[in-house]
Design a protein around this ligand. Structure first.
Ligand code: NDP
Ligand code: MG
Length: 380
């Protein structure tokens, strides 16, 4: 029996992880945390019977306690709740499926307790990779990628000598606005930005995919996960999302992982690594597919990717500023407070304004996040 805890169980990755628990009787859930979707969360707790559960606000936790009075379950709350679940003695693996840099402290707490991490929460690595990766190494903990591109790279590295890697090729669908000129993005509606051509995901990452910020975050995520230099990472637009990413070796040979765009495969791979389990679902039909294509990313239109590359190059606290500014800007866009093209504008404004710290501590990262939010609040 493999015992897991999930942070962000009511979200896109969280619910798909729970589907896998339903399909694999040797997985069991010992802890669950979510934000505010109390109705779905209650159903999950009743179905999966975890010992420890957490919601974001005090009120939600109070309400949950009342609803679950007939059950043998402990309710915890907020950041303390996330950390308590991350540290649970019973759990072997923590699935980090919350969104945003709120995942930093619980992820570090879990690693300190020796839990393996099935990592979806990329914002945590982007901002604190320099702390998380050495700590994981020191504690002998595996960071297993859930993000489809990173899972593809991880799968393409199996059985190979990592010293022989020449570069990582991260594929990108290009999002719903691929091929559009900048002027055409002036009046993008929220509904259009939320309509991803190939993947069904949470709102924040769907917007990040439309701005190509997601690909920029993934470049930084890959740099930390696989310990390569930025110059060894190349983004390739591949609109059909069949090749999930590739690794080129020194002899010019390229290993790729292909499959339907379905997050359940990378989630399952992370949970059972190094084993593979049968899985239902559609398969790639090459006759029906006919062809797949590749393009260079348009960084002049999608400046989010260009700014991410700048943040990655500058390093230190700059990726935190990039990420925090993006988190806030996406929230404003989702609330229809700003236009689509203002997302990269806000990121750039924050990056230009901030002082860089070379190797920020967790406290400095969180302070830098707050300063970035403050700066945006003064203007929007
Ligand atoms: P969703 O928005 O669908 O889900 C986010 C989850 O986090 C929800 O369960 C939400 O709870 C919970 N949450 C949000 N804020 C808090 C908080 N303060 N405390 C506790 N829980 C909180 O996101 P996704 O599943 O799409 O993405 C999760 C992560 O995985 C992101 O980092 C994303 O970049 C990454 N990822 C996602 C992919 C996908 O296909 N979705 C693919 C690759 C990576 P509630 O809804 O109850 O408020
Ligand atoms: Mg991805």
């Amino acid at each position: 029996m493999k015992k897991i805890a999930i942070l962000g169980s009511t979200g896109s990755i969280g619910t798909q992880t729970l589907e896998l628990v339903r399909e694999n009787p040797d997985l069991s859930v010992v802890g669950l945390a979510a934000g505010s979707n109390i109705d779905l969360f209650e159903q999950q707790v009743r179905e999966f019977q975890p010992k420890l559960v957490s919601l974001q606000s005090e009120e939600a936790c109070k309400e949950l306690k009342t609803r679950l009075a007939d059950m043998d379950v402990t309710v915890v709350c907020g950041m303390d709740g996330l950390i308590a679940i991350a540290e649970m003695e019973e759990a072997q693996v923590l699935v980090t499926a919350i969104v945003g840099m709120i995942g930093i402290r619980p992820t570090i707490a879990a690693i300190q307790k020796g839990k393996d991490i099935a990592l979806a929460n990329k914002e945590t690595l982007v901002t604190a990779g320099h702390i998380i990766m050495p700590l994981a190494k020191e504690r002998g903990v595996s960071i297993l990628p859930v993000d489809s591109e990173h899972s593809a790279i991880f799968q393409s590295l199996q059985g190979e000598n990592r010293e022989r890697v020449r570069k990582l090729l991260i594929t990108a669908s290009g999002g719903p606005f691929r091929g559009k000129a900048r002027e055409a993005l002036e009046n993008v509606r929220l509904e259009d930005a939320l309509h991803h051509p190939n993947w069904s995901m949470g709102n924040k990452i769907t917007i990040d995919s439309a701005t190509l910020v997601n690909k920029g975050l993934e470049v930084m995520e890959a740099k930390w996960l696989f310990g390569v230099g930025l110059e060894q990472i190349q983004v390739v637009v591949h609109p059909q999302s069949i090749i999930h990413s590739m690794v080129e070796y020194v002899d010019g040979g390229i290993m790729a992982q292909l499959g339907m765009p379905d997050m359940k495969l990378p989630i399952q791979y992370a949970l059972f690594y190094p084993d593979r389990r049968p899985m239902k679902g559609k398969r790639v039909d090459f006759y029906a597919l006919g062809s797949i294509t590749f393009e260079k990313p348009d960084m002049e239109t999608f400046t989010g990717l260009k700014l991410a590359m700048r943040a990655a190059r500058e390093g230190g606290s700059v990726p935190t500023v990039f990420n925090a500014a993006n988190e806030m800007a996406v929230r404003l866009f989702l609330n229809k407070k700003i236009r689509f093209l203002q997302i990269p504008e806000i990121i750039e404004m924050c990056m230009d304004a901030q002082k860089r710290i070379a190797s920020p501590s967790v406290e400095e990262i969180l302070a830098c996040e707050q300063e970035t939010y403050e700066l945006i609040r003064t203007k929007f």
